[in-house]
Design a protein around this ligand. Structure first.
Ligand SMILES: C[S@@+](CC[C@H](N)C(=O)[O-])C[C@H]1O[C@@H](n2cnc3c(N)ncnc32)[C@H](O)[C@@H]1O
Length: 231
């Protein structure tokens, strides 16, 4: 039986580039399917991230790169009176997330906004909890975005950044196109340049199954951060 890498390796360069571009910014009819696939295959990463965030009643939460946001149900089950704000660079993902939110009656407590991928359109100290799953690879200005995250985080707030480790990414050929890959070392170096403090580094290993049943090992990091100063 062919493994996932073999199947992906059979894709042409054009197909790999298209897949990479859809993962970084889903668009069109294909984008809807890709977003569904991402949400299902990444839900374990999102769940672990939510565990590390320790959501509490009345928390104001920001998520960067929510995709179709089909995980909103899991978020609102964690605590009462949460207020959720989602930012994405994809107009399609904003629409899909809004549709899901309306269908599931979350629209009173969730808001979705497009932004430019770097400048966060909220005022200082806005959020108790901030998280992002599988978006780090696409950040065009990681230092600037980290400063923005620090700015909008409340003084005692928690930020979780979750990403697949470079070693796993290297086994996926589409990640050669437009992805910046990180491991613990390169991530820590990035954080050293910011005014954020790394308070937790946790590596998870899991076996994931594609729809057609092939298995592969995935290693991913849930990095927990706080402000290093009270500003
Ligand atoms: C690979 S998908 C991950 C979606 C979801 N978080 C998951 O793990 O399944 C990447 C998402 O991040 C968005 N994105 C890419 N760059 C971003 C950035 N700088 N800020 C926020 N979202 C971004 C994309 O549009 C897409 O919705």
């Amino acid at each position: 039986m062919k493994n996932k890498k073999d199947k992906i390796t059979e894709m042409s360069e054009k197909e790999l580039k298209e897949l990479a571009s859809q993962l970084g910014k889903p668009e069109g009819d294909k984008g809807i399917k890709i977003a569904q696939m991402m949400n299902e295959s990444n839900i374990s990463m999102t769940r672990k991230t939510l565990e590390h965030l320790s959501l509490e009643d009345n928390d104001k939460i920001l998520e960067l790169g929510h995709g179709n946001a089909n995980h909103l149900t899991e978020i609102f089950n964690k605590a009462s009176d949460l207020q959720y704000f989602g930012l994405d660079i994809s107009e399609l993902m904003k629409q899909e997330a809004e549709n899901f939110s309306i269908e599931h009656h979350f629209n009173q407590k969730s808001t979705f906004q497009l932004y430019d991928g770097t400048n966060i359109p909220f005022s200082d100290h806005s959020f108790d909890k901030i998280f992002t799953v599988n978006t780090l690879y696409f950040w065009e200005k990681p230092n600037d975005l980290l400063n923005e995250l620090k700015r909008v985080l409340k003084p005692n707030g928690i930020l979780c950044i979750t990403f697949v480790d470079k070693e796993t990414m290297n086994r996926l050929p589409f990640t050669d196109y437009g992805f910046t890959k990180y491991d613990q070392n390169t991530f820590s170096k990035l954080i050293e340049k910011s005014e954020l403090k790394l308070t937790g580094t946790k590596l998870y290993t899991e076996i994931i199954k594609s729809k057609s049943g092939e298995e592969m090992e995935r290693k991913y990091w849930v990095m927990t951060l706080s402000k290093s100063t009270k500003n």
